[in-house]
Unconditional design. Structure first.
Length: 85
C-alpha cells in the first residue's frame, strides 16, 4: 500500500501527515548534507588540524540541535497519535 493510498479522516489530518513527512525528509537531507560536508573536509588533502577541530565542534553543535528537533517531533507525533485514539 503506497503512502498516497492512505485513508484519512479529514483533509486536515492528511495535510498534517504530509507536513510531518516533509519535515522528517528535510531533517534527514540536512543530516546527509552535513555528513557529506564533514567527510569532504576531513578527506581534503589541504585540511588542517584547526579545520578538523572546528568541524568537530560544528558537527557536535548541529547533532545536538538535530537531536533536540527530533525529540520535539517525536513528542508531537506521540501527541497526535494519542489524539487519534
Amino acid at each position: 500500500m503506497a503512502a498516497t493510498d492512505r485513508m484519512y479522516y479529514s483533509r486536515d489530518a492528511e495535510m498534517r501527515a504530509n507536513q510531518e513527512r516533509t519535515l522528517v525528509s528535510i531533517v534527514f537531507v540536512m543530516i546527509g548534507m552535513g555528513i557529506g560536508a564533514a567527510f569532504a573536509l576531513i578527506l581534503a588533502s589541504r585540511a588542517r588540524q584547526r579545520n578538523r577541530t572546528g568541524l568537530v565542534a560544528a558537527i557536535e553543535d548541529r547533532f545536538n540541535g538535530i537531536e533536540k528537533e527530533l525529540g520535539e517531533l517525536g513528542k508531537r507525533v506521540e501527541h497526535r497519535i494519542r489524539e487519534m485514539r
